[in-house]
Ligand binder design. Structure first.
Ligand SMILES: CC(C)(COP(=O)(O)OP(=O)(O)OC[C@H]1O[C@@H](n2cnc3c(N)ncnc32)[C@H](O)[C@@H]1OP(=O)(O)O)[C@@H](O)C(=O)NCCC(=O)NCCS
Length: 158
């Protein structure tokens, strides 16, 4: 396959719909539910693109300026670090363009943004081992310099 050129950088307000579509596609894939929707995602994406409360969105664009990859993140302070750290909330690449380095490029872009902002820790929660692609996802993050910390537990409050 010929090499493709991808450009990465902060999402622009005009790309909000494409970002929302990508995050919806990510959830549909992970949940194996093609009808899944995320009520209120439009406002959440607009806030993140605006950088509200330390959040942000990085995108990868192909040569036609189409959004083909999305990385959403938040920034929070942990007492245990006595410093802010970033959490990758979403990472998704167009299925037709996977294994061509797009996600690695987005993580490198995040590293550069963290360096510019004085942030020295990035964390990410992986889909559980019950997801068929878990070994490949884990291999991807380990290749990108992440180490396994331990299981994450969550509780939904009604
Ligand atoms: C995981 C993902 C972001 C990687 O994007 P990518 O641009 O293909 O990644 P890169 O090209 O930089 O690296 C390729 C590696 O990613 C992993 N990968 C590729 N396709 C994958 C898939 N469908 N599922 C899981 N991991 C995958 C593999 O480890 C791959 O290495 P390999 O080609 O040697 O097997 C992308 O596959 C994706 O969007 N998956 C579905 C959503 C998801 O699981 N996101 C991560 C949530 S934490």
């Amino acid at each position: 396959m010929p090499p493709l050129i991808f450009e990465t950088g902060p999402a622009k307000p005009a790309e909000a719909d494409a970002v929302a579509a990508a995050v919806t596609a990510l959830l549909r894939e992970l949940r194996a539910d093609p009808g899944h929707t995320i009520p209120g995602i439009g406002a959440a994406v607009a806030d993140a693109i605006a950088g509200k409360d330390g959040s942000g969105v990085l995108v990868a664009r192909d040569e036609q300026r189409r959004v083909v990859g999305v990385l959403g993140y938040t920034t929070q302070i942990a007492l245990r670090l006595a410093a802010p750290y970033r959490l990758v909330q979403e990472l998704w690449v167009d299925p037709g363009l996977r294994s061509r380095g797009v996600a690695a490029q987005l993580l490198a872009e995040l590293d550069a943004a963290c360096a510019a902002d004085g942030i020295r820790r990035v964390e990410v929660c992986l889909p559980g081992p019950h997801v068929a692609t878990f070994p490949r996802t884990l291999a991807f993050y380990e290749r990108s310099g992440f180490r396994v910390l331990g299981p994450r537990v969550i509780k939904d409050l009604t």
